[in-house]
Write a protein that binds this ligand. Structure first.
Ligand SMILES: [Zn+2]
Ligand SMILES: [Zn+2]
Ligand SMILES: [Zn+2]
Length: 481
């Protein structure tokens, strides 16, 4: 526990010991050692935020000239930051009131300062109750890896479902083939819902040489290039925002544009910073953000810029800025579920112990159904889990922080953290008793060495301390010298 005012007392003491009042700029190794000592003294210190940790370090070394910022930089360079000290971007996420939303009965949408937009029950629900169904997503996005199959008439051009060779000749009979290009649909439903096929795949608005002013809304050849580029880079989000933009610019009502604009928004480059500080980006955007996690920052930026240029080449009269391009990527990434965007579902906030369950239909075009996972009281917030709830606390915290920008503070996270703390303090006290036994034995046996390792303390010897990060880091520090 940080003790305020201690520093002042020590300053008074130090009038007699002038050497310790000399201000000193500590070498980074000494800073790391000081932090490791604090962690060893009390494992609860491992979870402190940078501010409190800084106070403790200053308390131990009052003559150190060390800013909070430098402490953080040093710890970061040794990969020693805990989740409470790492980069978050939740405060950079903005959202607006959602226009033209038809909420199911027994549900209301509410804006709170802490949680942003969220869905709340107005009635009680019993476990297993169907709360709502969204048959049609706001934006349906087929799997990017089906692009080649679609081009070869082997998958539905709308939903990406595979079409066997038998079926593809049947689709021709049923009129499910395109009469301009080779694309086919798997059902009348897909054909009917595919509002952008013609625009994206055919040059329907041929430039008339006599009318120089007539401009295409979408240049199909550039869309096809863009699709290929997204596929080569496994960049789902870029592919998705291309489709979304096509839907938006062809929606005369303008509602789609407003609804997409009202979603929780954040720029992709802001999200990307979360990878830098975690050192591990393996779970970022399911590894499908254009090589993202594996890329160094410069490579990532050049990919974004390349994608941006190609994007605008598709839409000559509906260009967007680079900033909008990044915002659309980030917005898509934090809101999509299984690739598509569902208007109502996108308002569900996260909890590691969620009270609703989102179920997909058999086919990708079946939409989603949202059920009560347990009994839900009236006015309770409806929550879903953005990550696998069976993952460990640290895994969940990292995934949530990197992908959604926040440190989860739900009841399950608090409970899990308490259990870990309890384990740690048991380990610490067993260390203490081990030291006591050793002392006792040494005192009573003239300093003879005794084999007191594993059996005396408890059965946890093997796992003890192994998981504590600073053990590795002590080695790293020594190696450096
Ligand atoms: Zn289909
Ligand atoms: Zn066609
Ligand atoms: Zn949680």
């Amino acid at each position: 526990m940080p003790v305020p005012n201690i520093e002042i007392l020590q300053i008074n003491d130090k009038e007699e010991t002038p050497q310790s009042t000399e201000p000193e700029i500590p070498h980074e190794r000494r800073i790391v050692e000081a932090v490791i000592k604090l962690w060893k003294d009390d494992s609860a210190n491992e979870d402190l935020g940078i501010g409190k940790l800084h106070l403790l370090v200053k308390n131990d070394h009052p003559n150190w000239s060390l800013s909070e910022k430098r402490l953080k930089t040093v710890l970061k360079s040794y990969n020693l930051l805990n989740s409470a000290q790492q980069y978050t971007y939740a405060n950079e996420i903005t959202s607006k009131e959602t226009p033209d939303i038809n909420l199911p009965k027994n549900i209301r949408l509410q804006f709170t300062k802490n949680r942003g937009k969220g869905l709340y029950s107005t009635n009680l629900f019993k476990e297993g109750d169907l709360i709502w169904e969204e048959k049609t997503p706001l934006f349906f996005i087929p799997p990017l890896d089906r692009v080649n199959l679609i081009a070869n008439s082997k998958a539905c051009t709308y939903c990406g479902s595979l079409i066997s060779s038998n079926n593809s000749s049947r689709s021709v009979l049923k009129g499910l083939d395109c009469n301009v290009c080779r694309d086919v649909w798997c059902s009348q439903f897909c054909k009917k819902n595919d509002k952008v096929h013609q625009l994206l795949k055919h040059n329907v608005y041929h430039d008339d040489p006599k009318k120089q002013n007539s401009k295409k809304q979408i240049i199909s050849s550039n869309w096809i290039k863009y699709e290929k580029f997204c596929q080569e880079n496994k960049w789902n989000a870029a592919f998705a925002i291309g489709l979304i933009h096509s839907y938006i610019i062809t929606d005369k009502s303008g509602v789609l544009a407003k609804q997409f604009d009202a979603m929780a928004k954040v720029r992709q480059d802001i999200r990307y910073k979360a990878i830098d500080s975690s050192g591990i980006g393996a779970s970022f955007d399911n590894n499908n953000n254009g090589g993202g996690a594996l890329f160094v920052k410069e490579q990532q930026e050049s990919l974004w810029k390349q994608g941006f240029e190609l994007f605008n080449s598709i839409f000559p009269i509906n260009q967007i800025s680079y900033e909008e391009f990044l915002t659309n990527l980030g917005t898509y990434n934090i809101n999509n579920i299984d690739g598509s965007l569902f208007l109502i579902q996108s308002h569900l906030n996260h909890n590691c112990d969620p009270n609703v369950r989102v179920k997909f239909g058999e086919k990708k075009t079946d939409g989603i159904k949202v059920y009560a996972k347990r009994d839900i009281k009236a006015n309770e917030e409806l929550t879903t889990s953005y990550v696998n709830p069976s993952h460990s606390l640290n895994q969940r915290l990292r995934e949530l922080r990197v992908n959604w920008g926040f440190i989860c503070n739900c009841k399950k996270c608090k409970d899990d953290s308490k259990i870990i703390q309890r384990k740690k303090s048991n380990e610490a006290s067993s260390n203490q008793s081990k030291a006591d036994v050793k002392k006792f034995l040494n005192e009573n046996h003239d300093g003879e060495e005794f084999e007191i390792e594993t059996p005396i303390i408890n059965g946890e010897e093997r796992s003890r301390r192994k998981s504590v990060r600073f053990d590795e880091k002590v080695v790293a520090v020594n190696n450096e010298s």
